[in-house]
Design a protein around this ligand. Structure first.
Ligand code: FAD
Length: 291
């Protein structure tokens, strides 16, 4: 079996459940936590040379991982978390937690990341996905990113060469791995920024089922509509399949009420898609990534 030669943590036969916020999935043959770009590049290089499938994960807050596990290497970037503040800009490695970044920016009187204070993912995934909330999105703040291209080259890509869409970007389409990201923020009043973040957090606690394992919004909102509204109108609020349940609090969330399997969640997703399509002639697409 291929074993990367890195100083970062390495675990054999590791439960995927521990690597995602839904707490779902079988075992992975190997999980590794590279500590910096050099280690990440060497693991990916090793996987490619040895023809071993790999899966990149941050906090696992936007993925549905398989019950049958992963035959390959799961590369978790959370140990890549160095950060440099320079004036109104900040550069951090891919694994830096977005919520911490938003909080620290606020504490330094830097505005722009308020919307991200409740998004429980990493900066790298957020840049690749163009994570956003309450009208803000990461793409608007990105100045440049450093990536590992699908061809194995490290490149710095300035903002004007990245196309950001709704929960998507050209980085994702080109299978670039974000190594580091520089954001441009702007000065603001510390008290105002913090009050705004507290307000947004309170809103999340009121409207999102944060008491159960979940992966945020399951479906993308169709243009001019809300996936949650359609799901509720179709009568799915609170309905369960095994331990997978359409949240009572927010119908675009599916929560794990204990021992939900990936198959339970996926089946629920598919029956909702079929039902919403039949009732409203709208095809709901998933926002979460099904692995
Ligand atoms: C309670 C809750 C609330 C949420 N609210 C929001 C919200 O308001 N707005 C929002 O946009 N999202 C929200 N999410 C979803 C999620 O937190 C974001 O999409 C987040 O950006 C995902 O980061 P992650 O590190 O968890 O990514 P992961 O789930 O680990 O990975 C997601 C995808 O990105 C890829 N990826 C991971 N790291 C990188 C990298 N460095 N470079 C390239 N690709 C990479 C993975 O391979 C995978 O395909 C929420 C989730 C939860 C659980």
């Amino acid at each position: 079996m291929y074993l990367p030669n890195i100083k970062g943590r390495i675990e054999k036969d590791y439960p995927l459940k521990k690597l995602n916020t839904w707490r779902i999935g079988g075992m992975t043959e190997l999980a590794v936590w590279p500590r910096d770009t050099e280690e990440l590049v060497s693991v990916i290089d090793g996987c490619r040379k040895n023809n071993i499938p790999f899966l990149l994960l941050g906090r696992g807050s936007n993925v549905l991982l398989p019950d049958h596990g992963f035959k390959g290497v799961v590369i978790v970037v959370t140990a890549m978390d160095s950060i440099r503040w320079h004036g109104e800009e900040v550069t951090a490695e891919a694994g830096y937690p977005l919520m911490r970044l938003a909080r620290e920016a606020g504490e330094s009187g830097l505005s722009g990341l308020e919307f991200a204070c409740g998004i429980p993912g990493t900066l790298g995934a957020a840049a690749a996905i163009n994570a956003g909330a309450y009208g803000g999105k990461i793409g608007d703040l990105v100045k440049k990113v450093s990536v590992l291209t699908a061809e194995g080259k490290i490149e710095i890509i300035p903002k004007n060469q990245i196309a950001f869409g709704y929960r998507s970007s050209s980085l994702l389409e080109k299978e670039c791995i974000v190594l580091e990201c520089t954001l441009s923020l702007h000065p603001g009043d510390q008290a105002v920024i913090q009050a705004q973040m507290q307000g947004l957090m309170a809103k999340r606690k009121e409207h999102q089922p944060l008491e159960y394992p979940n992966a945020g919004s399951v479906f993308r909102n169709p243009v001019g509509d809300s996936a949650g509204r359609l799901i509720e109108q179709a009568g799915w609020k609170g309905r369960r399949l095994g331990d997978a349940q359409v949240s009572e609090k927010h119908t675009n969330f599916i929560v794990n009420r204990g021992n939900a399997s990936s198959t339970d969640i996926l089946t629920l997703i598919q029956v909702i898609q079929t039902d919403v399509s039949e009732k409203f002639d709208i095809q709901l697409e998933t926002e979460i990534r099904v692995i």
